[in-house]
Write a protein that binds this ligand. Structure first.
Ligand SMILES: [Zn+2]
Length: 426
């Protein structure tokens, strides 16, 4: 079983420093490359799905969270306020209030709905130091968040489309949900009191789940303080579940912030807010990806996608040219020359890299590369111009298969190249 904290350090993805503080990891270049690829994928998927991105500050006045209800229902998880010249400012516990204000900043017509507002933004949680470690319990969180402001009639379609985006993203990431959970309120006082609104939003989410045909279980005590939600649970190697993705229906905050749009009838109407997150926080998503893949990320996420291995110093210029061609195509490529050891040692060293391009005297003379895939396959007969283009196309399709099985692909597994399945298999 993989532990993302150990692997994160071993693979040089992230680390912590007591002087920065617990629960405040920093990302090393390879980890930042994974995170950047993930964030880019999400932004692009959202852009295609009609979301518009915004940026909003990670701070807000205490009053903002009193209005949203966080102050009375969620303050245990919030950092204490800071006094700034007579006013109190808070590190935000969620992005919703800022987005509600952005919606409210302009007069809105029903023609603008559904208005899909997205942000990969920072938020903060005052986790106790005792439970901190790695990327799963952190105090500074980068959230893949979005709020869809829409009419009641549009809610089911929007929530259904969000579920479909989540399914597509999981396919690209090579992960699968442990289960879908309909999270309902439980006993206790942390929820806003509005029985009619709770009933309506629960009905809507149940309808969305039933329509999607996905199996799900209801769980009491797991709702947000302002409404029920669909949680997509993932499990680690030990079977411990956590929530990665979520879709929520919220009548509460639109009311608290007095949101409205002008309807076709010329009158003011209250929109509904659908909160949704495809991958949750990038910290938790990357932690799960590290553990699930054992560091052998899908090619589009891999910190290094292509490692070029010249057999001897004589092929160094060809290797450098190939790495440059890869970089020109937007691939993350590096050369590991003979100074790093024997070819066998370098192949083992690069066992998590999806594509290894070996150039010996024969390949250099013919303008070819001997390509080895991380899963052991060796596609044959590729020129130094074709290989980067083929890899670029595969990476761009955000698939999890390292090669399209065309006529020239050799599917025989070579025992010497490390095999499938990450570190333990190497
Ligand atoms: Zn929200």
């Amino acid at each position: 079983m993989h532990d993302h904290r150990r692997l994160g350090r071993e693979l040089g993805l992230f680390d912590t420093d007591p002087l920065i503080g617990s629960g405040l990891p920093y990302w090393l270049p390879d980890g930042a490359a994974v995170r950047h690829a993930l964030e880019e994928y999400i932004r692009e998927a959202e852009r295609r799905a009609g979301y518009r991105h915004v940026y909003s500050p990670v701070l807000g006045k205490r009053e903002l969270y009193e209005i949203s209800g966080h102050w009375s229902h969620y303050s245990d998880d919030m950092f204490p306020p800071m006094d700034l010249g007579g006013e109190q400012v808070v590190l935000r516990p969620s992005l919703c209030p800022h987005h509600a204000l952005i919606f409210r900043s302009r007069s809105r017509s029903y023609r603008e709905l559904p208005l899909r507002m997205a942000e990969l933004g920072g938020m903060y949680r005052s986790e106790l130091s005792g439970v901190l470690g790695g990327l799963t319990r952190v105090r500074a969180i980068q959230l893949n968040d979005a709020h869809i402001f829409c009419t009641l009639e549009q809610v089911a379609d929007e929530a259904g489309a969000a579920l479909e985006m989540i399914r597509r993203a999981y396919r690209a990431l090579g992960i699968s949900p442990a289960r879908y959970r309909l999270s309902l309120p439980g006993p206790g006082g942390k929820y806003v009191a509005a029985p009619e609104l709770w009933r309506r939003s629960t009905e809507l989410l149940t309808e969305v789940l039933d329509r999607s045909g996905l199996p799900y279980e209801a769980a009491e005590g797991e709702a947000a303080f302002y409404g029920p939600k669909i949680d997509i649970q993932v499990a680690d190697g030990a079977g411990r579940e956590s929530t990665l993705s979520t879709v929520q229906v919220d009548f509460h905050q639109p009311e608290r912030f007095g949101l409205h749009y002008i309807g076709a009838d010329g009158a003011k109407h209250r929109p509904v807010m659908v909160h949704r997150s495809i991958i949750g926080s990038v910290e938790r998503a990357v932690a799960h990806l590290i553990e699930h893949h054992g560091g052998a990320f899908p090619a589009w996420l891999a910190p290094v996608q292509v490692v070029v291995l010249p057999v001897s110093d004589a092929e160094l210029p060809d290797a450098a040219a190939l790495a440059r061609r890869c970089a020109d195509l937007g691939l993350r490529a590096e050369v590991a020359g003979p100074e790093h050891g024997s070819l066998g040692a370098r192949v083992r060293q690069a066992r998590l890299v999806p594509y290894q391009a070996v150039i010996g005297a024969r390949e250099a003379a013919a303008g070819h590369v001997a390509l080895r895939l991380r899963d052991g396959r060796r596609p044959e007969g590729l020129t130094a111009a074709e290989a980067p283009a083929r890899i670029r196309a595969l990476v761009g399709s955000h698939g999890t298969d390292l090669w399209d099985t065309g006529a020239d692909a050799d599917t025989g597994v070579d025992a010497g190249s490390g095999g499938r399945g990450g570190l333990t298999a190497g």
